[in-house]
Design a protein around this ligand. Structure first.
Ligand code: GAL
Length: 335
């Protein structure tokens, strides 16, 4: 009898334990290096309170819409969405309003006018202009910080920085702002810049290898720096530059000794682990950390506030305009 009583109590207690809340996480394309790293970090947060369930939208807005429709039918209270096409979230937002679903958008920022349609919408991301300004700072430091007297990185000694820009996806807020403001920041600081070419390489490593191959064929060694909108493209450019012997690891120790061996400056944005490794071994000159760890922590904190605490009171981040949580970028160069 006593045993039966204990069993009943145990079953009762187990059934009273709260199950973790499942939150769907829709990634625009898991083939994207930065987003797959981002997703890994979110998965590491899975615990007793929240389980994030990943959906790979394979770079298709149609696939993403189908997932969203089903998830809303299934009454998930919150979706985390990395939109495939950030300009077409209007329909998604209207469905969210109809079904009373909260949304945290990440990484690909919807239009402000769409965000303003409902107060249950949030965006967690980073201000692309800041990444461009920091990338420009790395360039200015590289060239000696004095626009009137560039150092020896001004190879042809004309007082002008000759640059290639590898641009991300057309229309993506990061690609547009990083390209525009890296140039503007240099000009605002009185540096003269001659952009030899801006090529759209869609944030993609392989596309960047091909783009860089073509640049080298067309311009030879006229360029003095390669500015990539992200690390994947910077790494692609380096691969092409290695193939064309712009990097020469003469003693074959796997490291470019910048004082003794041949190299050219390539600068990225994102701070992927592999990019940090390449900074340490001398191939990548620098990058700007697009702080995914800080972003996923903010996402988790907001999820807990919205779904478990039902209040933003203990939410420890600044919310701008009632909807935006901005995470700072940081410069990363070899010290
Ligand atoms: C950017 C990132 C890129 C790419 C893109 C996808 O923030 O720098 O590498 O991942 O997001 O939307």
């Amino acid at each position: 009898m006593k045993k039966l009583f204990i069993l009943i109590i145990t079953v009762f207690l187990i059934s009273c334990q709260e199950k973790p809340i499942v939150v769907p996480l829709l990634i625009y394309n898991m083939g994207d290096n930065y987003m797959s790293d981002f997703e890994n970090r979110i998965q590491e947060l899975n615990g007793t309170r929240v389980i994030y369930e990943t959906y790979d939208c394979q770079n298709s807005q149609i696939i993403q819409n189908e997932y969203i429709e089903q998830l809303m039918k299934d009454n998930y209270p919150l979706l985390i969405i990395n939109p495939v096409d950030r300009l077409s979230v209007y329909a998604i937002i209207n469905k969210a309003i109809e079904t009373n679903t909260k949304i945290i958008f990440i990484n690909r920022e919807p239009l402000k006018s769409d965000m303003q349609l409902d107060s249950d919408l949030y965006y967690i991301g980073a201000d692309a202009k800041q990444s461009a300004e920091l990338q420009a700072e790395i360039v200015m430091e590289l060239f000696g910080n004095n626009p009137n007297q560039l150092n020896t990185f001004d190879k042809n000694d004309d007082g002008i920085i000759q640059a290639f820009i590898l641009k991300g996806e057309q229309g993506h807020q990061d690609a547009e702002a990083r390209t525009q403001y890296v140039i503007e920041t240099l000009l605002d600081n009185d540096f003269e810049v001659d952009v030899l070419d801006i090529t759209i390489a869609n944030f993609d490593m392989l596309t960047a290898v091909l783009a860089m191959d073509q640049h080298i064929e067309k311009y030879g060694n006229q360029f003095e720096v390669v500015l990539a909108n992200n690390d994947a493209m910077a790494i692609g450019a380096i691969e092409s530059l290695i193939n064309h012997e712009y990097f020469l690891d003469s003693n074959e120790d796997g490291i470019i000794d910048r004082d003794l061996e041949q190299w050219v400056p390539v600068i990225g944005i994102d701070g992927l682990d592999i990019a940090i490794e390449m900074i340490q071994n001398g191939y990548l000159y620098g990058t700007v950390l697009n702080d995914s760890q800080a972003m996923v922590e903010a996402i988790d904190a907001l999820t807990v506030s919205l779904l478990i605490n039902n209040s933003l009171n203990g939410f420890d981040y600044q919310i701008t305009d009632g909807q935006y949580i901005w995470i700072d970028y940081q410069k990363l160069i070899f010290e």
